[in-house]
Design a protein. Structure first.
Length: 397
């Protein structure tokens, strides 16, 4: 049973000038503390010593007492402590081989955010007031919070386009498993069509980046003409580029959310391919189109929504020849170039390449599901091999 799921509700808000200045100072202090702690831990590691969160927390107290870093006292201490906890988590993930080595935060490229725990904010009657502030944030409540929900963590962020967001983490008792069904679907992702289902349905690829490519190119040319530095005109041009990117990202995410929600609601089992998208992006000819399709985001959304609503997501091995195998008789073709979209098997069955692949993905996924392996184990398997690697039988001469 999926009960008491912790869920983040993200809203846009419009700060006053004083609030914006306070939050901007907080972002800078969070970035400074994170970089200082990272530098200390790197130097300690070079001396074959280890520094943990408790030690960096004590260092933070000492830093605040110095004249050079006295400005850290001007902002709430909670986001600074949370930055140290995030650094500890980053190292834990690195040593667990789940992430790369932590990097220093950049003032221009890193995400501006600050996390507040319950001791650093007040939430009453739909009004959120952060520490060091006298007025509540002007939040646009685009959707209501769950009834009786009380945020445990509040994260304030500002994107490159200059938009302010607040994310409230709270328990959502409304998330319950959907009534079970006996439907299952295989999904084959692509570029001509974003998704092809084993039912024969094809979902067109919106190509959001291509639709706004001319607008993006214009904004980037205007930015390239501005003198490099901290000038206001260059900052304004950079913000225009960021707004175009934000428009593309928002539309893509909205489309994927609607698509994944529909698949999860209509099907009990969803079978997909375990694609190595990161490796596929090394193809310079297709990298831009693959990035625009956002296959990784699609899979991630399917994962957590299936967990919410009691559905199952099965991933088959990326090397399974789903396109070359006949879904009717099982005959395996020798080759299947990408330009071949329709082919006829020796048994006389005419196949649409993508529909045939989706049917094969569904069949092998349901067959392999008896072993109990799922999406999660495949991502943590050493060497990048899937937990459901299927052996390909040789074609009889």
């Amino acid at each position: 049973m999926t009960t008491g799921v912790r869920r983040a509700f993200k809203y846009r808000f419009y700060p006053t000038d004083a609030q914006a200045a306070e939050l901007s100072r907080t972002f800078g202090c969070v970035r400074k503390v994170y970089n200082l702690a990272l530098a200390v831990r790197m130097q300690a590691w070079a001396r074959q010593e280890r520094v943990n969160y408790i030690q960096t927390s004590a260092m933070l107290t000492a830093w605040k007492k110095t004249e050079e870093l006295a400005y850290l006292n001007e902002v709430s201490c909670v986001p600074l402590q949370q930055a140290l906890r995030h650094l500890q988590t980053a190292f834990t993930n690195f040593f667990g081989k789940r992430a790369k080595y932590p990097r220093f935060k950049s003032r221009k490229k890193s995400r501006n955010s600050a996390e507040y725990t319950t001791s650093a904010f007040r939430f009453r009657n739909g009004r959120l007031t952060l520490a060091k502030m006298t007025e509540p944030l002007k939040i646009v409540w685009s959707r209501p919070l769950p009834e009786g929900a009380s945020p445990s963590t509040v994260t304030v962020s500002k994107d490159a386009a200059g938009r302010w967001y607040v994310s409230l983490l709270c328990e959502d008792p409304c998330l319950q498993p959907l009534p079970p069904t006996d439907t299952a679907v295989g999904v084959d992702v692509g570029l001509d069509h974003l998704l092809t289902l084993s039912t024969g349905e094809k979902v067109s690829n919106p190509r959001h980046e291509r639709r706004d490519r001319a607008r993006l190119a214009t904004a980037q040319r205007q930015l390239a003409r501005k003198a490099k530095g901290e000038g206001a005109n260059r900052a304004k041009a950079r913000r225009k580029v960021a707004k175009v990117y934000a428009r593309i990202t928002d539309r893509r995410r909205d489309h994927l959310h609607k698509l994944t929600t529909r698949l999860v609601r209509e099907n009990q089992t969803i079978v997909i391919e375990d694609l190595a998208v990161r490796n596929m992006l090394k193809n310079s000819s297709l990298a831009r189109a693959i990035s625009d399709a956002a296959w990784s985001d699609f899979r991630s959304m399917l994962e957590y929504k299936a967990q919410w609503y009691g559905r199952a997501v099965i991933a088959v091995d990326r090397w399974f020849p789903s396109s070359k195998r006949c879904s009717a008789c099982g005959t395996l073709q020798d080759t299947m170039p990408l330009n071949v979209r329709t082919w006829t098997c020796d048994c006389g069955t005419v196949h649409d390449r993508d529909v045939n692949a989706a049917k094969n993905i569904l069949a092998v996924g349901l067959t392999a599901s008896v072993c109990g392996a799922g999406v999660r184990p495949q991502r943590s398997t050493p060497g990048g091999q899937s937990a459901r690697k299927q052996k390909t039988p040789r074609r009889e001469p």
